[in-house]
Design a protein. Sequence first.
Length: 318
Amino acid sequence: MHILKNILKLNMKENLDKFGDQKNLDEEIDENISQPSKNLVSYLKDYHFNSDDYVKSLGSDDLEMRQKAVKYLIISHLRMIYSVAAIYSGRGVYFADLVQEGALGLITAINKFDSNFNNKFSTYAVWWIRQAIQRATVIQSRMIRLPVHIVETLSKLHKVKRLLLEQLGREPNNDEIAASMNGNSTKDYTAQKIDQFRKFDVLVFSLDRLIFNNNYRKVDFENCSSLNRPDLRLERKMLFECINEMLDQTLSKKEEQIIRMRFGLFPFEQSMTLEEIGEIFHITRERVRQVERNILQKLKIFSKSHHLKLFLTERLLN
């Protein structure tokens, strides 16, 4: 909003006697321009300008006169900027940012306007204001920035899709969407192009957001940064191979089966209690504990002198 603030302050410097000093003037502008649109429009209602006179001054050879014309044209069209910005509010961009973009669009209109065509400046300016605000909405409202022409095509695609959904009573396919879009455009859309555009239309969610399961209980996202890392998957596979080799070379078949049951190793999906293992082998719970202790001692010795130690050491060094 700094552009609007600076322009208003320049315009009101000649009225410093109303505010007492520059500090009071700055506080007055900052307080009112940060309010909702209706408050600022009410604040500006006492300022009346004849835009036509200032439009004519844009072509003047006097630099000071041209600068003054630009300043007053911006102030006189602030209400227009606010009204257009209000239409696009609530689309992921702060209202103050929309007003700022609208002011930049108005400045573009001032620089490009040619009074020789006898067009009304306000009619010309509103187009540039709207375009600047639309582009800001397209660019700033998405987490992943897409080119403006792609976003505009996606917007048309969504509109066509909604219309076809109402007409057909079902989800339209890409061929139907392409045919409908070709009827309203000079571009040649195909089902393949529609499919490509729809791949751009992705939703972005924060891993910190609250989600709930079917029982309305809070569920936390796990750290999934390693899900698609081939190097970590390969390391995990190598580690399992080392463990299997260690069990095969160190333990008897019965011991290997007991330790796999106890710790839920393949092919067992869950770990078993001492009682459950004892029932399977018809031994006491205490005997299973003794066997487990002996097995772990064997594995500890093996891991210190064989491949598992080497593998884990290399993993830590990297």
